[in-house]
Write a protein that binds this ligand. Sequence first.
Ligand SMILES: Cc1ncc(COP(=O)(O)O)c(C=O)c1O
Length: 360
Amino acid sequence: MKAPINMVDPAGEYRALKAEIDEAVARVFSSGRYILGPEGEALEKELAAYSGAKHAIGVNSGTDALHLALVAAGIGAGDEVIVPAFTFFASAEAVSYTGAKPVFVDIDLATFNVDPKSFEKAITPKTKAVIAVHLFGRCASLPEKKNILLIEDCAQSLGAEQEGRRCGSWGAFGCFSFYPTKNLGAVGDAGLITTNDDGYAETLRMLRHHGSRKTYLHERVGWNSRLDELQAAVLRVKLGHLERFNAARQRVADSYRRELKGTKIVLPAEPAGGKHAWHQFTIRSERRDAIREALAAQGIASSIFYPMPLHKQPAYAAANAGVSLAASEEAARTVLSLPIHPLLDDAGVARIAGIVKGAA
Ligand SMILES: Cc1ncc(COP(=O)(O)O)c(C=O)c1O
């Protein structure tokens, strides 16, 4: 049997950047500063510059990024926050942490992002914010609404652009995850929030550090959600290669598109007037399970992101009894994400596509 192909290759990324990463890790170890130090500060500056936002605040995870953004915005019990039903659970979980209610809306099957019509219909006087998830690396586009904060969930979309602007630069907050399999992956949990608002930035710095701006003076109850120096140093190295790695993802996506053209497979739509970060290459097919089995038989991984929409999840089902979101349910039934990462070559893509075509 030919070599197996995984969904991602974080160890391969390390091997490709070993000298630089080892140097960065040694620098942190010998510095004696492990939390809130120069590496984190430098990463925040570099990511603010990269995304085009005024401020960037490192936190412990993408989930914390969403949670602390909501808290900084003053969202809590009695408020509603609109969330797509087809996303990773954390997009809604962060809302629940605050006591606010996640109100699930449907997606557009062509983009896998929030359907603007479903968004408009869900707005009530209690709606305080919408979490626009740039799912799979494609920017979500929503109409601006007075008094409704736009929170960009950029966990999957670092480097994606819309009308010449990088994600995380136009919402009230951009919330990033550096979970190891993301386009910019740490060697543990890590996240970051971008914002253009000086007040939010200051509040977020307090919230991530026990509500404190001055040592042992706690102005409010906060959290311990700091990005450590080791993660920051590794992320800084990888950030220097992100554009190259995202371009490699684009090449893999182009190859899949060429190889799978003219089949019954529904391919992900190209963004109009933007740049996709291709965190996932997600196809749709009635024969999704057969394709997945055929790939597995040849040692090729594939993933179902996501098999159950959030309004049907046990944690939210009771509160959403009777809610029907047809496109999200259809997506959960038919999606399949194929391997895509910067180190996947044309021969690998051709092999995967051949099996997909044979089973479709
Ligand atoms: C869309 C989305 N939102 C939020 C998160 C949460 O990020 P983290 O795992 O860093 O907490 C993830 C990733 O896992 C995600 O894919």
